[in-house]
Ligand binder design. Structure first.
Ligand code: SAM
Length: 224
């Protein structure tokens, strides 16, 4: 059926194009073995995030939602050995698995896993007035996406990119019958993106091994 076809094409594209090496495969396997849900980005999506980091010449990346650090490895490699990834995770077990995966990937000094509710961690980050982040990847609890976007705007600069994952949710975003907090959070953040004069954005639907979903890509900076 359709979903099997999407998966087969994703497998083909990953095999053909994407350099998912043993370290990444091990990180995925270790996360699943530790009981984490298999909801990390697909390999070709990880590669896409890494390309976005390089397109913005990213040296500093902020991730909201670490899980086992699979996407963090892609981001950590993309910022290079002198770069920095700060990744926020509320679940202590997830954070522990992620730290081990990042250590094994040789990214222990590049990627910092910050444990706690992301809203609190973001408040602390804003208070610390760090150098701006070049890319923010928002991929945690969707009901807080509006707050994550507001924080991302305070932590970036014109030219930074903001990616918000899972905004299609198998079409639930346009189904009025869907009123769960994740769908409401998604609609809310899309409205905020639209209303925010500091952002130029689009959203794309995706199909693949993760089913039917989509993401927002926003550039900090007014439209030309
Ligand atoms: N970015 C990861 C990847 O692709 O490998 C996947 C992240 S997973 C979709 C979402 C993660 O966000 C989970 O590990 C979950 O525990 C975490 N999370 C959920 N609510 C959170 C919160 N309030 N603060 C921080 N992290 C949260």
């Amino acid at each position: 059926d359709l979903i099997q076809g999407w998966r087969a094409v994703d497998d083909y594209l990953v095999d053909t194009l994407v350099d998912e090496d043993d370290t990444l495969r091990q990180a995925r396997a270790a996360s699943h073995a530790a009981g984490l849900p298999p909801i990390e980005v697909a390999a070709n999506q990880g590669a896409f995030l890494a390309l976005l980091v390089r397109l913005v010449s990213g040296r500093r990346v902020l991730e909201v939602g670490t899980l086992g650090g699979y996407s963090t490895i892609w981001l950590g490699r993309a910022v290079g050995p002198t770069g920095r990834v700060v990744t926020l995770e509320v679940d202590p077990h997830h954070a522990e698995v992620a730290r081990a995966n990042l250590e094994r990937a040789g990214l222990g000094a590049v990627a910092q896993v910050v444990l706690g509710p992301a809203v609190d961690s973001l408040d602390a980050l804003i208070a610390a007035r760090p150098e701006p982040f070049d890319l923010v990847f928002i991929d945690a609890d969707k009901q807080n996406n509006a707050r994550y976007l507001a924080a991302a705007l305070r932590l970036t600069r014109p030219g930074s990119a903001i990616v918000i994952d899972n905004v299609v949710r198998r079409g639930a975003v346009v189904d009025p019958a869907h009123t769960d907090p994740d769908v409401l959070g998604t609609r809310a953040v899309l409205g905020l993106v639209r209303a925010e004069p500091r952002l130029t954005a689009t959203a794309l639907q995706t199909v693949g091994s993760k089913g039917w979903d989509g993401f927002v890509l926003a550039l900090v900076g007014q439209p030309r």
